[in-house]
Ligand binder design. Structure first.
Ligand SMILES: Nc1ncnc2c1ncn2[C@@H]1O[C@H](COP(=O)(O)OP(=O)(O)OP(=O)(O)O)[C@@H](O)[C@H]1O
Ligand SMILES: O=P(O)(O)OC[C@H]1O[C@](O)(CO)[C@@H](O)[C@@H]1O
Ligand SMILES: [Mg+2]
Length: 324
């Protein structure tokens, strides 16, 4: 029989993402509802190593569902990547009576979960990253808000791009993944979107498309580049040289990680947080929670980390057809 979980620790790790607070709230309230004790661990795995931990009650998570960022703060903790750091973190759990951890973060954070599981601390991972690069889940907490923020920013940019008959090259985040870029590109009607998953040729995919659409009367252009393919400034320089069209680069940067979470992020985060605690109650340990369509699903951590996520190629092809 699996051990009974009486006390859980919850932490956020890696880049923050809008909706992490809603997940912390759901985890905390569900656990308290079932009579568990909840410990809030601050600044990711750093908090475990340093003992930066406070007990939570139902009111500790009031007034956060609508806030971006994470009330538990977050960090990228290098010490935790060492076996010594992992042992310290597991010892801290045992010292404070933390029976299991809920970790809200990205793939790196889940590798940390796997290491904690190896140290005898059961873990549940919740996908919280604007990059949507978690293979076992269609969707990650923060992705929807980040896309909507990018769209709002680019809509503003469009005004000045159009007024000057210019080309705007916009760099969006996503680390090595192009999900954020692809959907943003479709939503703003970009002429071209470059993502790491699809090989591209600047002459064929940008210059020729700009020249073709110019012949049909188009005078301004928005090009989206995922950060994983290169720097917007470099692309803008090349495009201006090759087309003679004045070009400007805009790097949206960390603004994409902020802001009040959308309804979708709040609801998904709440469902996933609730599900994480249900798993622990059912004695199902070392799982990563995700979504498949409208369903909440979960996978063994190792299996989840070995999964591969591919880009929606039909969506990419469609984006090219409707931006001529
Ligand atoms: N291989 C690993 N083994 C143990 N811990 C790890 C490993 N990789 C990452 N971590 C821990 O998880 C933290 C977050 O990882 P990372 O910086 O890759 O972000 P992430 O969780 O993937 O989120 P995001 O990509 O959205 O920022 C690291 O700082 C480290 O503490
Ligand atoms: O906040 P940092 O450490 O600069 O990291 C930026 C990275 O984090 C993310 O915002 C989230 O993983 C990526 O899109 C980006 O590459
Ligand atoms: Mg990551």
């Amino acid at each position: 029989m699996a051990k009974e979980i009486k006390t859980i620790g919850v932490l956020t790790s890696g880049g923050d993402a809008p909706g992490m607070n809603a997940a912390i709230r759901a985890v905390t309230r569900t656990a308290l509802y079932h009579g568990m004790k909840v410990m809030g661990i601050y600044r990711g795995y750093n908090g475990l190593i340093n003992g930066d931990i406070k007990e939570m009650n139902v009111r500790s998570v009031s007034e956060i569902i609508h806030r971006g960022g994470t009330m538990l703060y977050t960090a990228r903790c290098l010490e935790f990547k060492t076996l010594e750091g992992q042992k310290k973190a597991a010892d801290r759990c045992r010292e404070l009576g933390i029976d299991a951890l809920v970790v809200i973060g990205g793939d790196g954070s889940f590798r940390g979960c796997k290491d904690m599981a190896a140290q005898g601390i059961p873990c549940i991972g919740l996908p919280g990253t604007i990059d949507n690069d978690i293979a076992c889940s269609d969707y990650t907490i923060g992705y929807d808000t980040a896309m909507n923020t990018a769209v709002e920013m680019i809509d503003k940019l469009r005004d000045t791009t159009q007024s000057h008959d210019r080309c705007s090259v916009v760099e969006v985040m996503g680390r090595n993944a192009g999900y954020l870029a692809l959907n943003t590109g479709i939503a703003v009607g970009a002429l071209a979107t470059l993502i790491p998953e699809v090989p591209f040729d600047i002459d064929r995919d940008i210059v020729q498309r700009m020249n073709d659409t110019r012949r049909t009367g188009k005078q301004h252009f928005i090009i989206i580049v995922a950060e994983g393919v290169g720097r917007a400034h470099d692309f803008a320089e090349i495009i201006e040289k090759k087309t003679g069209i004045e070009s400007r680069a805009t790097v949206l940067g960390h603004v994409q990680r902020g802001g009040s979470p959308t309804l979708r992020d709040r609801v998904s985060a709440s469902q996933m947080g609730y599900h994480a605690v249900q798993l622990l109650l059912d004695g199902k340990f070392n799982r990563v929670v995700g979504t498949r369509g409208n369903d909440i699903v979960d996978f063994d951590i190792t299996e989840a980390l070995n999964m591969h996520k591919s880009i929606h190629t039909a969506l990419y092809e469609m984006s090219k057809v409707i931006s001529i």
